[in-house]
Design a protein around this ligand. Structure first.
Ligand code: PGU
Length: 447
């Protein structure tokens, strides 16, 4: 019901506006005078971050060790960085991408921000391997799973409660800290984040949170523990998400490393996941694209949140990407298309087998000297218990100083990683063998 007659209403509001404007000008002038000499402020959420980003920190310490020990060379089993050359078919795809830029008929400039149609279709088709139907409009091509896993939080509300596996790939937590969704860090834990413990007791896969959470980050095969979630374990999370109207961000960057056919390689293999899960994946580890850069996200049209209908979250991610991102390199997308061809898949499977042979060498070598190991079977990471009761960083120093091997301290992935250490299977076989033999010869493991 309209309680003001039309004329009175307009006058009232006009008067109010004039009055408001005057006050506003005074406030503005006051602020201007008081603010003279003051400068722009930083995003102080960055100050909440407990330490520098994990991998540059390791690189810094390695560099310091090398400059203090001239002539010594170290074996790097730290960052999960691919080392083997691209396959023939992949290279042909990339070369074709370059060639297309050489003539006016095939030249392309900016492409679709969401990715080239052919690549989106090929990625969608890949999901039929898992008996999952994905529409190309649900596929967003990107420059990698790291940017996607960092950016995806921006389409959810500021007060969303975040749940992460502990330990976890540090990007999930750090980007939510930067976005202002947490309090301060206390004893390694950020206030406001729900940490889902992954330990030996639960085979490094958590149970669903007891409290209600909004966004759940899951990574399988897991970085850093190498654990792979079963259908049953994922189903519990999908059921939880559907019941609580939560969204799962499922990072499957290492899906191609699963050789056990009974294990799920996509969360969409679980019934109902298309209503509650976003999946992230990458060509980095499956095709040696860590430096080339290409990845994708799947945002199903059926995904809903408490305040949105089907299609809205997909549209938001589209809006985000079209605003902030100008599409992956056209050359690289041609490379990606070649990777997804039958020949490309066969060739890259051999490279994955090569890295997994490294994983076996590391795991068996460590176990032979009494070190307890996890992972390394359907994942390229070996998650070992630090021997002799050392903390993760103490063991990092010991391994570097005594064996000249660089690894990643478990505590860098969250407090649940303390007392553990990650070794990466990415590397040349000779280097891996040398590292393992140094560890076997020089590391004294007490009972
Ligand atoms: N998701 C997970 C779970 C990862 O482990 C990594 C790489 C990525 C995403 C990144 O994928 P891109 O497609 O290459 O962006 N983890 C490596 C590298 C470290 C890093 O900072 O990304 C690692 O050693 O953990």
């Amino acid at each position: 019901m309209n309680i003001f007659p039309k004329q009175i209403k307009t006058n009232l509001f006009r008067k109010k506006t004039i009055h408001f404007k005057g006050v506003f000008n005074l406030v503005f002038l006051y602020k201007l005078l008081m603010g003279l000499g003051k400068m722009v402020k930083i995003n102080s959420n960055y100050d909440k971050l407990a330490a520098g980003y994990l991998f540059p920190e390791i690189a810094k310490r390695t560099k310091a060790f090398l400059s203090a020990n001239p002539g010594v060379s170290v074996m790097k089993l730290g960052i999960g960085n691919t080392t083997e050359p691209l396959t023939k078919t992949t290279l042909n795809g990339l070369r074709m991408g370059v060639e297309k830029l050489a003539s006016v008929e095939t030249y392309t400039g900016y492409g679709d921000e969401q990715g080239n149609t052919a690549l989106r279709e090929a990625i969608a088709k890949k999901y039929s391997d898992y008996n999952v139907e994905i529409d190309p409009s649900e596929v967003f091509v990107s420059d990698g799973a790291k940017p996607d896993s960092g950016n995806i939080q921006s389409i959810f509300s500021q007060d969303a409660i975040i749940a992460v596996q502990d330990p976890a790939y540090p990007v999930y937590v750090d980007t939510n800290v930067i976005a202002g969704r947490t309090g301060e860090n206390e004893n390694g834990l950020y206030k406001g984040i729900v940490y889902m413990s992954c330990s030996e007791e639960n085979n490094f896969f958590p149970t669903v949170p007891r409290a209600r959470v909004d966004l759940i980050y899951l990574c399988s095969p897991n970085n850093p523990t190498g654990a792979v979630a079963t259908h049953e374990q994922l189903k519990k999370f999908v059921d939880y998400a559907l019941e609580n109207k939560a969204v799962i961000i499922f990072d499957s960057a290492y899906a191609e490393y699963i050789s056990d056919p009974t294990l799920p390689r996509s969360i969409y293999e679980i019934k109902g996941a298309k209503e509650c899960a976003i999946e992230l994946n990458s060509f980095s580890k499956s095709a040696g694209f860590t430096g080339v850069r290409l990845g994708w996200s799947i945002v199903p049209k059926n995904l809903v949140t408490e305040d949105s209908v089907a299609g809205k979250v997909n549209a938001l991610w589209n809006r985000r990407q079209t605003t902030f991102f100008n599409g992956a390199s056209n050359i690289v997308q041609d490379g990606g298309l070649a990777v997804l061809s039958i020949e490309g898949q066969e060739e890259n499977k051999k490279v994955i087998d090569y890295y997994m042979e490294n994983a076996k060498i590391i795991r068996e070598g460590l176990e032979s000297i009494g070190i307890k190991c996890f992972g390394g079977v359907n994942a390229p990471y070996i998650w070992m218990k630090t021997p002799n009761g050392l903390t993760s960083w103490e063991f990092f120093d010991k391994l570097l100083n005594e064996c000249h091997v660089v690894g990643t301290p478990g505590s860098g992935f969250g407090p649940g990683g303390e007392g553990y250490f990650r070794l990466s299977a990415f590397g040349h076989k000779e280097n891996i063998e040398k590292a393992v033999s140094e560890i076997k010869n020089k590391l004294k493991v007490e009972e």
